[in-house]
Ligand binder design. Structure first.
Ligand code: C5P
Length: 299
């Protein structure tokens, strides 16, 4: 996350994430799934602009650069938007009703398993903590984040890579080499996280992320890619043939490994270098499969 003060405006650039590993360890009494997942931030950014207002209203406006016109209802600006929910939760936590104008420039595709909404919510907590000079600790912000959603805590405190447990909110940062080069494609259609999880069972003999993590730490990307795993992918492919189509297209490309991110529908390939990523992206763009990004993991 990158912060800039300019005049009375605080701007925040907040990244997308990819899951390089996601295993379901169990189903919980609260309906959520117990997970082991490895996440890295990648350089596709939403930007949020915070400015003062004379009222005590939280007012959100948005410029959605990702909308293809057919999925306009996915991004709402009212009380159910995670940005508004984050700001209101913060007000409740400090016991003071405050107002702010927030403008969101959306570049991270929605309903894609890239955690764009979660990243925006984390950015809102971090930014308003500064904007309103609240001096809350990262621990407090993470606890608030966990109340809002499962993968929001990951984005608090500029974590670049982490292994996460619980619902995904228990974050253990990982020290792995930065600058992994990915091609990320979001097809024309998205998927609801709840719908994908609903049809998934816990593994009897769950895979562990240990091999992936040790390969990443060694910087052996070819080996790491062999340990990519996503327990949600089969179900996502069942619900949405666009994901299967992307898997088939990526299989024919020169990539170290490829997989769906989170609950989909975004699909990524890990490349040996940026040059290769750009070449693969150009070929996939020509196939008109959806929005294609070249994105490196956070430095
Ligand atoms: O926590 P979040 O709002 O991101 O989760 C969206 C939905 O995804 C939940 O309502 C739940 O159905 C499903 N989910 C799950 N187990 C998780 C995370 C999410 O079942 N660990």
């Amino acid at each position: 996350m990158l912060f800039r003060h300019h005049g009375g405006t605080l701007s925040v650039w907040t990244p997308a994430k990819l899951n390089l590993f996601l295993e379901i360890l169990g189903k919980r009494a609260d309906g959520y799934h117990e997970l082991e997942t490895v996440m890295v931030t990648v350089g596709v950014f939403d930007t949020l602009y915070f400015t003062e207002t004379d009222t005590d209203e939280i007012c959100l406006t948005c410029h959605d650069t990702t909308s293809n016109g057919s999925e306009q209802n996915l991004l709402t600006l009212g009380d159910d938007n995670l940005v508004v929910r984050a700001a209101k939760l913060l007000c409740r936590y400090i016991g003071d009703q405050r107002g702010v104008n927030i403008h969101l420039t959306k570049r991270i595709p929605v309903a894609a398993g890239l955690a764009g909404g979660s990243s925006d919510a984390a950015a809102t907590l971090e930014a308003l903590n500064r904007f309103w000079k609240l001096n809350l600790t990262s621990r407090e912000l993470r606890d608030l984040a966990a109340q809002l959603g499962s993968d929001i805590s990951f984005f608090i405190g500029n974590t670049r890579a982490a292994i996460c447990h619980g619902r995904g909110e228990k974050v253990t940062p990982l020290s792995i080499p930065a600058g992994l080069h990915f091609v990320v494609v979001r097809p024309q259609s998205g998927l609801s996280t709840a719908d994908v999880f609903r049809g998934c069972l816990a593994s009897d003999q769950p895979f562990s992320a240990d091999n992936l993590v040790s390969s990443l730490k060694k910087g052996n990307l070819g080996e790491a890619a062999r340990y990519f795993y996503n327990a949600l992918q089969k179900r996502a492919e069942h619900l949405n043939p666009d994901v299967t189509h992307l898997r088939e297209r990526f299989s024919a490309q020169t990539v170290l490994g490829h997989m769906m991110s989170g609950s989909g529908t975004a699909y990524f390939g890990l490349c040996a270098n940026r040059f290769q990523a750009q070449a693969v992206a150009a070929r996939l763009r020509a196939m008109r499969l959806g929005q294609v990004h070249v994105a490196s993991s956070g430095r």
